[in-house]
Design a protein around this ligand. Structure first.
Ligand code: S3P
Length: 182
């Protein structure tokens, strides 16, 4: 019997702060469930023909959010897949409503210190440019956690390897499906 078949019925959207592993966990989760994988940041970059820092610098954050909303609306009309969203996507009310209506949403969480360590090494995130990553994450957590909490499922990942998180996400999704099927 294919235990994962019920998990393939709807798109699984991963939400949460920068650095929590939405893309790396998402890719592995898609692999484990034999679903396609999509990444909204990458799709926005393709649609705009430029990288995210450049979109922020030349068009501004509101234009990025609008592009993100359009891209997610388009992806959510595609057959079920695993969708890694950018950290701010679920915070936009319209984008959040789309995700809630058409996908199962999973909030990935980890200690802010862990996230800060992971993202400190990269320079592809305009919201961090020239700033202390931990300070930005603390502000974002204060603003966003109450909204991420609206996701269907929440998974505390800790500082573990991504394949461990994938198992936790699958178990949490199975529990969610059992709860909602009743
Ligand atoms: C953002 C997160 C980024 C990217 C953009 C803005 C945010 O995605 O969409 O830099 O507002 O948290 P990741 O969460 O994949 O880093």
């Amino acid at each position: 019997m294919d235990h994962y078949a019920p998990l393939r019925a709807r798109t699984i959207a991963l939400v949460g702060l920068m650095g929590v592993g939405k893309s790396s966990v998402g890719r592995r989760l898609a692999n484990a469930l034999d679903l396609p994988f999509r990444d909204t940041d990458a799709e926005v970059e393709t649609a705009a023909g430029r990288a995210i820092p450049e979109i922020f610098a030349t068009l501004g954050e509101p234009a990025f959010r609008e592009g993100e909303r359009r891209v997610i609306a388009r992806l959510l009309d595609q057959p079920p897949h695993v969708l890694a969203t950018g950290g701010g996507a679920f915070i936009n009310p319209e984008t959040r409503a789309l995700i809630k209506a058409k996908a199962v949403s999973v909030w990935l969480r980890a200690d802010l210190e862990v996230l800060a360590r992971r993202i400190g090494r990269k320079d592809n995130r305009p919201l961090l440019a020239g700033k202390d990553p931990l300070a930005v994450l603390k502000l974002q957590a204060a603003e966003r956690y109450a909204i991420y909490a609206d996701a269907d499922v929440s998974v505390e990942t800790g500082d573990t390897a991504h394949h461990v998180t994938v198992d936790l996400v699958i178990k949490a999704l199975q529990a969610h499906l059992e709860r909602t099927a009743r």
